[in-house]
Design a protein around this ligand. Structure first.
Ligand code: NAI
Length: 531
């Protein structure tokens, strides 16, 4: 038995007829309470709804591999080195004293959730989120992946200039054991021209079908060599330009597969990786902003019942924006403009200094306030409607700009400057300025961990509608429960995107609790309000 299976089983036992434990599964019954609203002659007619579901979570956590595309970059090397430091309990000297390894910044490993009230004290009982259901421990992840740069991992870590010298020094031999990243797919047109100098580890030729087959073979070999039950394939390589969506090329699963066979120009490396993972039945997560998930990829994942999630890690400026914009709008204050500037000096910044790669980032950073604005038509005028009652345009919206500049001197320490300019009571104005300075890769890598761990968990959860009495089936292919860690969450086509960080977190907490048969909001605290 892999140590993970024995070590990380649930320490929470729910004593209820809604929750059953067997050696293999935790099975819960959960009532999803909501309401159906019909607007008739200006009146809201609301009918409460209650749909019963069962969730079944496999208890044994399989041996899990994390294959990163972009392994030799800042995120890839930082993630590997910090996992090794945690696994081997390496402490290192800094000018402030000795530093212990930890997983601060990982929502799963460093934050808690209330599972109820202690009757003796009347207080909430908080547990680590990672205790709610069995999850893989980051120390147990088997690490590997690809990079177009063939620099061995110990040297790549030094190139990244993220970690303290004394940590680098100690972790260097362990990083050296990881060797050199696997050769990757390089189509120069997709990333900035300034990246060409590092592309010395690339798959030969221009035959995209041959590239797809090689990546599939790499995933299979990694799985077999390490005896893995699951491999998460994770794009943390350079931001690519957008692919054009062309009918007959990448708009359906079959068109996409045919376009890979014919090596069509509009198939990005990241899309080839996504297709490889899907065809191998392994999940693929996109940590960068480009539109890897063209409609054909989503359709292919649906058809294969494989899992995908993305896009773009939500680490700094956008995370704060998804809190601050919601706070303002929910406080009844009207943001008129949000102006966001960034400068950074790492290789990500260098790549983003090219126009088309910047455009991908600009798009993923731009939509983050849309849902908050749409939810408040007291402050923002709704779009006009056409003769058929369909909305025209987006309606009133704050001005929102995003600027990113490459400043080599600041390295991995990113500066994000934001101005929120709002209308307040009776014509007044409020200006909030934020200056957010952070080590980019140290905020981003814990998100990669969270995404990998959650994705692995979600592959072990199945559901069925109680009324239908059908067999358990896997969750829908697009894992929108990952949204908390993502700037531009991918959701089921045709459904609404939730950007609000608070709502994303609530959804995740509620889902994990539902899987052990707990429902209801602990924030109601009726026992403190009624008697
Ligand atoms: P980086 O530039 O240090 O690393 C990217 C790595 O990908 C490089 O080693 C490069 O050689 C490699 N690469 C490029 N194309 C490749 C391909 N086709 N196949 C395999 N490897 C390839 O960048 P960093 O800082 O690690 O960021 C990685 C990605 O994550 C970027 O797209 C960035 O926009 C995104 N991201 C990073 C955040 C952060 O805070 N660090 C936050 C949000 C997103």
């Amino acid at each position: 038995v892999h140590p993970t299976a024995a070590r990380r089983d649930a320490s929470i036992i729910v004593q209820s007829e809604n929750t059953a434990y067997s050696d293999e599964f935790i099975t819960s019954t959960f009532v999803n309470r909501g309401a159906e609203v019909n607007v008739v002659n200006g009146q809201y007619l609301v009918k409460p709804t209650a749909d019963e579901f069962q969730f079944q979570t496999k208890r044994a956590v399989g041996k899990t591999g994390l294959m990163m595309v972009g392994l030799g970059g800042n995120n890839g090397t930082t993630l590997c080195a910090t996992i090794l430091a945690n696994r081997h309990n390496i402490t290192w000297g800094t000018k402030g004293g000795m530093q212990q390894p930890n997983y601060i910044g990982s929502m799963l490993r460093a934050s808690t959730v209330s599972i109820g009230i202690d009757p003796a004290t009347g207080r909430d009982v908080h547990v680590p989120i990672s205790d709610v259901l069995p999850m893989v421990h980051p120390n147990d992840l088997v690490l590997g992946g690809w990079d177009i740069s063939g620099l061995p991992m110990d040297k790549a870590m030094k190139r990244a200039k993220v970690l303290d010298y004394d940590l680098q020094r100690q972790v260097e031999p362990l990083m050296a054991e990881l060797g050199k990243p696997l050769p990757s797919i390089y189509y120069p047109d997709y990333i900035a021209a300034n990246q060409e100098a590092r592309a010395d580890n690339v798959l030969p030729g221009a035959d995209k079908q041959a590239h797809l087959e090689q990546i599939r073979a790499d995933i299979r070999a990694f799985k077999k060599d390490h005896g893995l039950d699951r491999v998460i394939v994770f794009w943390t390589a350079n931001t690519e330009r957008y692919s054009d969506i062309i009918p007959g090329v990448n708009d359906t699963a079959d068109a996409l597969l045919a376009s890979i066979k014919s090596s069509h120009d509009e198939i990005a490396p990241s899309t080839v990786f996504a297709v490889a993972a899907i065809l191998e039945g392994e999940p693929f997560v996109n940590g960068a902003p480009q539109n890897t998930f063209v409609p054909g990829v989503v359709q292919l994942a649906e058809r294969a019942k494989a899992f995908i999630g993305g896009d773009d890690l939500k680490s700094g400026q956008t995370k704060l924006k998804s809190v601050l914009a919601e706070f303002l709008v929910n406080a009844g204050i009207k943001p008129l403009s949000i102006a966001s500037y960034n400068h950074l000096g790492n290789n990500d910044g260098h790549n983003l200094s090219a126009e088309r790669q910047f455009r991908s980032k600009e798009i993923s950073k731009s939509s983050v306030v849309d849902d908050m604005v749409d939810a408040n038509r007291l402050l923002y005028k709704a779009p006009e409607v056409d003769a058929k009652g369909q909305p025209v345009g987006k309606g009133e919206h704050p001005d929102h700009i995003v600027v990113i500049k490459y400043v080599p001197a600041v390295g991995d320490s990113k500066r994000a400057i934001d101005e929120y300019y709002s209308e307040i009571f009776c014509g007044g104005r409020q200006t909030i300025n934020i200056f957010n300075e952070c080590e980019d890769s140290l905020l981003a890598t814990p998100l990669i961990l969270d995404l990998a761990i959650l994705t692995e968990l979600l592959t072990r959860v199945q559901y069925r509608k109680s009324a239908a009495g059908a067999d358990f089936q896997p969750l829908y292919s697009v894992l929108s429960l990952l949204s908390y860690m993502l700037k531009a969450p991918l959701v089921k086509p045709g459904t609404e995107v939730v950007n609000s960080l608070g709502r994303q977190r609530n959804a995740l907490e509620a889902f994990l609790k539902a899987c052990i048969g707990l429902e209801g909001s602990s924030d109601l605290l009726l026992q403190t309000r009624l008697w």
